[in-house]
Design a protein around this ligand. Structure first.
Ligand code: NAP
Length: 293
């Protein structure tokens, strides 16, 4: 099977998403070298999964057939890929770099060009499915880049992805992730308003969720977040900081392609309010806090 010949892999960024994704690679038999900015997290990961730690992203890439990253925003991805200690400086000819961070399509295209000029390949491969999707190996992965390189990388990404789809040329994975985030933003706000309304009406919220989720209002967000929103539990999952970053990427892109995003623009401001309250690391379902406090 293509991808089976890649024995050594590098993984950069062992956060909420990267740590379990790299864990799936190690469990599937790859020899994984990990880099994490906070070195203690890399040491904990190696104690659990085996493999090696690297002192720099470049060192994690040396000798690897495929290198993966899952860091924060555009600036973070630049800092782990470019420059003398960046992973790109360690990539061998013909190898593949797969980025799972959510960043701008512009940066994805720039890194694709930089990789190509240096003789290796780049795929933008943002993910959806949250912390539980990463842990259970059931992520949706939307991929931009060359189709032959996608086919080479697909079997490896399938170790943590259940829907791994090539969307087109460089940047199209990130554009698809923007569609995903636009669809989620208004939905989470609507779910917050619905659950706040249910609570203020004195209804039994568990029974509300039970019946409503089986009808036309059902969604992944309702199945996975409505009950925790009612309990005010937001200490998990997808950070407000990341959601605001994602919506700003969507709004920037929409200014270029002319798409109207009125609801997304309002929800982006609500996430800004949460950040001002010091809630940047709470789960993005904490939009509910703005209604219930
Ligand atoms: P996270 O838990 O905050 O982890 C971020 C990782 O990136 C950490 O390993 C962090 O290192 C590293 N990092 C950040 N800035 C860096 C820099 N300048 N240089 C080197 N390393 C840096 O984030 P996450 O939730 O895993 O999310 C990672 C990416 O996936 C983001 O782009 C996010 O939007 C996207 N995403 C997240 C989810 C989700 O549900 N969490 C879902 C889909 C997509 P330290 O340990 O040193 O901080």
């Amino acid at each position: 099977m293509p991808g089976e010949s890649i024995v050594k892999a590098g993984f950069i960024g062992l956060g909420v998403m990267g740590s379990p994704m790299a864990g799936h690679l190690a469990r599937s038999g790859l020899d994984v070298t990990v880099y994490n900015r906070t070195a203690s997290k890399a040491a904990v990961w190696v104690a659990r999964h085996g493999g090696r730690t690297a002192a720099t992203p470049r060192e994690a890439a040396l000798g690897a057939g495929m290198v993966f990253s899952c860091v924060g925003n555009d600036a973070d991805l630049r800092s782990v890929t470019l420059g003398p200690d960046g992973a790109f400086a360690g990539m061998g000819k013909g190898t593949v770099f797969v980025d799972h961070s959510t960043v701008s399509a512009d940066l994805a295209r720039e890194l694709y060009d930089t990789a190509r000029a240096a003789g290796f390949h780049f795929l933008d491969a943002p993910v959806s499915g949250g912390q539980s999707g990463a842990e259970d190996g059931r992520l949706s992965i939307m991929v931009g880049g060359d189709s032959d390189i996608f086919e080479r990388a697909r079997p490896v990404m399938e170790r943590y992805g259940r829907a791994v789809t090539h969307m087109g040329g460089p940047g199209s994975g990130q554009l698809t992730k923007m569609v995903n985030q636009i669809a989620i933003a208004g939905l989470v706000q609507a779910l917050s308003e619905a659950m706040n309304f249910a609570m203020r009406s004195g209804l039994d919220t568990a029974r509300v969720i039970e019946v409503v989720s089986k009808g036309a209002a059902g969604s992944w967000q309702m199945d996975n977040r409505a009950a925790t929103m009612v309990r005010g539990r937001y200490d998990f999952g997808f950070a407000v900081d990341w959601m605001r970053k994602d919506l700003q990427i969507c709004l920037d892109e929409a200014r270029r392609n002319g798409a109207a995003l009125p609801v997304t623009a309002i929800v982006e401001q609500f996430y800004g309010r949460l950040q001002e309250k010091g809630c940047g690391r709470l789960d993005s379902s904490s939009l509910m806090k703005l209604l219930s406090e």
